[in-house]
Design a protein around this ligand. Structure first.
Ligand code: ADP
Ligand code: MG
Length: 377
């Protein structure tokens, strides 16, 4: 991989692509992890006396400028954290942040001319946005055709952690995959059954698998068109697939909704499966004790509402304990699981948590990431 130390940045301009797509509500930044994570690269470049032009995207603007997607609010936050004034859209200054790169339709189209114009702003290009590397966008891939390029410190850290811990995966290994839909994680499941000894399927995804085993899952979310595919995955050799034995069911999805814990053969009419039950949690915990590695992606229940968060947090607590004891290497990634782990205050107790959602998944699926490929030396 092309690293930053290849070049001399003294009095040169560097286009630095980062991911500052932070969660915001009512104009407030809810979580500043993404900002904190790119500070080392910015400081490295400042130290080398580079002039820095920061690029990020924010949200998914449809076409052109939209007030609510402007990134101007980030300049103040960056200035505060760096202790140096960050200007906005002034590429001639020491350090500046450019407006949301996705306001230009050339970005997502990986447009050649757009990348070429962007390249004219600088002498070098640094990519520190691992979470965007699964996208062939102009400021991630095309730009590297016009500027000498390198990987930033965060991007390098993400890749080397994933490689260190998961390539190859030390067995016995378990993958715990939850979340809302089988369709979004189908190729992940198909790849994982070849790589891990135990595959735990939870969340709404499990419903489709239970339906494939002819259980009546009541009003639960099921992807009927994937039942056959689920049967194929269940037939995988060399990988034990673990589905919930008992589940928490309720009629509505809300905080403290009236609920029951039942075996999967006793799901009541009109109810939905919203979490895994105690027997399932105990079974997963037992198996985890035998494992050297665990990968967790996707919550095991509707973790946004208590008590349906308990399946996810109980399993995560066991993982945290075994990790702290030194018997387990634990890796987690994906938007919602990261939120669930922060909510349960377990963020620091896993071996490694990737901040990338889609890129983490595609890496796990064994796909080559376009943004990484162009940085290979
Ligand atoms: P991640 O972002 O971690 O990859 P997903 O986006 O695939 O996860 O899925 C997260 C969503 O899945 C959460 O909003 C959660 O409420 C939902 N979910 C989990 N279990 C269930 C369930 N049994 N029924 C309905 N939704 C569920
Ligand atoms: Mg998600």
């Amino acid at each position: 991989m092309l690293t930053m130390d290849k070049y001399d940045y003294r009095n040169k301009r560097v286009l630095l692509r980062v991911d500052l797509n932070v969660p915001v509500s009512d104009g407030k930044i809810l979580d500043d992890t993404r900002i904190n994570k790119v500070l080392p690269t910015i400081n490295y470049l400042l130290d080398k006396q580079a002039q820095i032009i920061i690029i990020t995207h924010f949200g998914r603007p449809k076409s052109g400028y939209e007030d609510k997607y402007s990134v101007k609010f980030l300049t103040e936050e960056l200035s505060k954290k760096l202790g140096i004034e960050v200007s906005f859209n002034q590429p001639m200054e020491k350090i500046t942040l450019l407006e949301n790169i996705r306001f230009n339709p050339g970005e997502t189209k990986n447009d050649l001319e757009f990348a070429q114009n962007l390249a004219k702003l600088a002498d070098y290009y640094v990519n520190d946005a691992f979470s965007c590397c699964h996208r062939a966008h102009a400021s991630i891939t095309k730009i590297t055709e016009f500027l000498p390029s390198a990987a930033g410190l965060l991007l390098q850290e993400e890749i080397s952690n994933l490689n260190n811990y998961l390539n190859p995966i030390k067995s016995p290994a378990m993958a715990i995959i939850g979340g809302s839909k089988v369709s979004t994680k189908l190729s992940l499941l198909q790849n994982l059954v070849k790589k891990v000894d135990y595959l735990v399927i939870g969340g709404a995804m499990a419903n489709t698998f239970l339906a494939a085993q002819n259980y009546d899952v009541g009003n639960s979310l099921v992807e009927v068109e994937l039942i056959d595919t689920a049967r194929e995955i269940l037939g995988s050799k060399n990988c034990q697939i673990i589905l919930p034995q008992d589940v928490v069911i309720a009629k509505e999805i809300k905080e403290n909704a009236e609920h029951h814990v039942v075996d999967i053969s006793n799901i009541l009419k009109g109810y939905m499966i919203l979490d895994i039950g105690g027997k399932s949690i105990a079974k997963i915990s037992e198996l985890l004790k035998k494992c050297q590695t665990v990968i967790m992606n996707g919550p095991l229940g509707v973790f946004e509402y208590f008590p349906f968060s308990l399946g996810t947090t109980s399993v995560a607590k066991t993982i945290a304990e075994l990790t702290q004891k030194g018997s387990l290497t634990s890796i987690a990634g994906g938007g919602d699981i990261v939120a669930a782990l922060s909510q349960a205050d377990l963020f620091d107790q896993f071996t490694y948590i990737s901040t990338a959602g889609g890129a983490f998944l595609e890496w796990l699926e064994g796909k080559s990431l376009p943004g990484i490929k162009v940085l290979e030396s």
